[in-house]
Write a protein that binds this ligand. Structure first.
Ligand SMILES: Cc1cc2nc3c(=O)[nH]c(=O)nc-3n(C[C@H](O)[C@H](O)[C@H](O)COP(=O)(O)O)c2cc1C
Length: 227
């Protein structure tokens, strides 16, 4: 698979099959992804890779706290600005409505939405869960480094025939995650990620988000050749 195909076929997988992913394959993905760039090559990331009983143990701990759904324990950082302005807010709503719509969960179906939310906390059934943490001393510049790593993992996973779902929902459970994984106080939970094989029959995986056209988000200057 070339990089163009990996980018175009990556999508957030919200239902994985139960096909296991061997450690050797996870390591192969990380062996490539570790070559992600970072500002001045500081590589401010750490990943906890979980499977089996360890993964299930974390899922069980958060699922036992369903009284805290959907807000969780209080986010490590503001995942969205408090007042997300348009057009960003409109895109966020479109994404949510399309996702819930794909599995016929109406806007006023609170129980259905909470149930779908809870699938996040099951890593959408993925056999492998990643937890990405970043040193608390890092500012915005180095948070971008984490994005580089996430995308590298996701694209390399595609090249191996796997799918992923990046999951900021885990940043809303910092206490439980940090205690469970013994994350040192100086590292914060940036996000989680499910990794595995996609359940291609599930309707939650059979819709795609939209994107702006190139000319809606770029400004070209200085070119004298035709577009
Ligand atoms: C850093 C990050 C965190 C995300 N967190 C979640 C999450 O917690 N739950 C979820 O269902 N999707 C999550 N997503 C997936 C986005 O909703 C998704 O990337 C976006 O809607 C575009 O769709 P696509 O990934 O299918 O192309 C996250 C994406 C990113 C980049």
């Amino acid at each position: 698979m070339d990089v163009q195909e990996a980018i175009r076929t990556r999508q957030s997988c919200r239902q994985f099959s139960d096909k296991p992913v061997p450690q050797v394959l996870v390591r192969k993905i990380l062996e490539t992804a570790r070559w992600s760039p970072s500002g001045s090559n500081v590589q401010p990331w750490h990943i906890d890779v979980m499977t089996g009983d360890v993964l299930q143990g974390l899922v069980d701990r958060v699922m036992a706290q369903d009284h805290l759904f959907p807000k969780g324990e209080g986010a490590e950082y503001p995942i969205h600005p408090e007042n997300l302005i348009d057009p960003y807010n409109a895109r966020r709503w479109e994404c949510a409505e399309d996702m819930y719509g794909s599995v016929n969960i109406a806007r006023d179906d609170r129980a259905g939405r909470i149930h779908q939310y809870s699938q996040n906390l099951r890593f959408f059934g993925a056999p492998v869960g990643f937890m990405y943490t970043i040193h608390r001393s890092m500012g915005q510049g180095h948070w971008a480094d984490m994005g580089m790593l996430l995308q590298s993992v996701m694209l390399t996973a595609r090249a191996e025939g796997l799918h992923t779902c990046p999951q900021q929902v885990w940043a809303m459970w910092p206490k439980t995650v940090s205690e469970y994984l013994k994350v040192p106080d100086d590292r914060m939970i940036f996000c989680g990620m499910g990794l595995g094989y996609m359940d291609t029959d599930h309707p939650i995986n059979n819709w795609r988000t939209t994107r702006q056209d190139i000319d809606d988000f770029t400004t070209f200057a200085g070119f004298d050749d035709p577009a």
